[in-house]
Design a protein around this ligand. Structure first.
Ligand SMILES: O=C(O)[C@H](O)[C@@H](O)[C@H](O)[C@H](O)COP(=O)(O)O
Length: 260
């Protein structure tokens, strides 16, 4: 596993814009070389901030939206259309304004969907959907995601993998239900670390003073059960995209400034 690469931007707005530009280039390159691209979205302010910046990016339509597969790293297990759902927020930030192929957009099930209130069954169904999309060359029963994005919580959680809870300890299944999450709502669905680590690249998004401690803990060699962000890494690249506030507790030797 190559060590994480860090890029620090002046503030969270510039971080979102730079990350959006980075994503455009990554998707365009993947589509040029393989004919399609596969990206995993994350919820939260930083994740949605990136999507909003992407919606406003001048180069946005260099992406062939009809050949982009979208998956989610986690989802709040609430009814379809609930404003708390990550897919609802992603639609508002970007998805409703670009010509995606609906067959290539894979939201996680809602709590009023075919699995009712059974988050574990809904998680299992998403694992089956991922496995069906996986190819023989894939490293796990999930597609080879080009980029898997993760917001980082102030407690170092990523997706809905919270410190010390069962989901972060999962070593076999790719998707599990989460019960009693400390970040509301308490019931969620999440990719596990094995699924996250099947991605070619994992990008962790951390902006704001409230992420400084989490970034310092996760990047200081902490264990993944105590600091799930420490266990989130890609097969060929792990990239932390921070703003100066979130990087403020990191040793200066860990990163050169990306912007003055
Ligand atoms: O469902 C969720 O809440 C997210 O997927 C979660 O993992 C989020 O990315 C982090 O909590 C960071 O959220 P902020 O960027 O809002 O701090």
């Amino acid at each position: 596993m190559s060590p994480p690469q860090l890029v620090v931007h002046r503030d969270k707005e510039l971080m979102a814009q730079a990350a959006a530009a980075r994503l455009i280039t990554k998707v365009v390159d993947a589509q040029a070389s393989r004919g399609y691209a596969s990206v995993v979205l994350t919820g939260g302010r930083n994740g949605n901030g990136l999507l909003a910046a992407l919606a406003a990016a001048p180069a946005r339509d260099a992406i062939d939206w009809g050949r982009l597969d979208l998956w989610w790293g986690d989802e709040r297990f609430v009814p379809e259309g609930d404003p708390e759902r990550n897919v609802t927020q992603a639609r508002e930030a970007l998805l409703d304004s670009v010509p995606l192929d609906p067959k290539r957009v894979h939201p996680m099930p809602a709590s009023d969907g075919p699995y009712g209130k059974d988050a574990d069954a809904a998680a299992e169904a998403y694992a089956v959907e991922l496995a069906k999309a996986a190819g023989p060359e894939n490293h796990a029963p999930v597609p080879s995601f080009d980029v898997l994005m993760l917001g980082v919580g102030p407690d170092t959680h990523v997706a809905s993998l919270f410190p010390e809870l069962p989901a972060v300890r999962e070593t076999e299944r790719t998707v599990v239900g989460v019960h009693g999450a400390p970040k509301p709502p308490p019931t969620r669905i999440t990719l596990t670390l094995p699924a996250i680590r099947a991605a070619r690249e994992v990008w962790l998004l951390a902006a704001g003073e409230d992420k400084a401690n989490a970034a310092a803990i996760a990047l200081s060699g902490a264990g993944e059960v105590q600091a799930p962000a420490a266990g989130a890494y890609g097969r060929s690249r792990t990239l932390w995209l921070l703003d100066a506030a979130a990087a403020s507790q990191l040793p200066r030797s860990l990163y050169p400034p990306a912007s003055p």
